[in-house]
Design a binder for this molecule. Structure first.
Ligand code: HEC
Length: 140
């Protein structure tokens, strides 16, 4: 990894708190969170809420992996964010305010260099997925 990507990794796991949600071998907690994406639409897609009808799930979408993200533009469930730079800018401003915004999404006040470093780290997360072994079934 480049020096920039190494700094980006430290930000991802540290100050920028990306691992509050993008955690584990595939960099996702496999749960549903509201970042405010698309919530300014007249009739927003309420995401997980449509399935569960639980108030807390309004506008929540599954945390995707950031592995191979460089190859999967555009981003977010509605493809509304074109580049990784814009994804980082989205987080830097603290997502889009709405009543169900996840409390882990807060303004980050990153410098221009820190934003670049985060993008470089995500670009370095390309490659094959690591195997995630499930436990073998007991055979009695
Ligand atoms: C509160 C949990 C949470 C935090 C914190 C968080 N993310 Fe996310 N991330 C998500 C969710 C949920 C989505 C999908 C949102 C959607 O589709 O509406 C997402 C989407 C993304 C995507 C788009 C992936 C794709 O394929 O569309 C990238 C890239 C990303 N996050 C990187 C980051 C980075 C970098 C940080 C730290 C600055 C971060 N995330 C912090 C939950 C989180």
């Amino acid at each position: 990894m480049s020096e920039s990507a190494v700094r980006g990794r430290d930000l991802f796991f540290g100050k920028a708190q990306c691992t509050a949600c993008h955690v584990g071998p595939n960099l996702t907690d496999e749960t549903y969170r509201n970042l405010g994406v698309g919530m300014d639409a007249e009739e927003p897609d309420l995401g997980r809420y449509v399935v569960t009808k639980a108030e807390k799930d309004k506008g929540a979408f599954k945390t995707p992996t950031v592995r191979n993200a460089e190859q999967t533009a555009p981003y977010m469930h509605d493809g509304s964010v074109a580049t990784l730079e814009e994804v980082v800018a989205w987080y830097d401003k603290g997502g889009h305010p709405n009543p169900w915004l996840d409390d882990k999404v807060v303004p980050l006040n990153l410098s221009a260099q820190e934003k670049t470093d985060l993008v470089e780290f995500m670009k370095a997360c390309s490659g094959p997925f690591p195997p995630v072994e499930t436990a073998r079934l007991p055979v009695d």
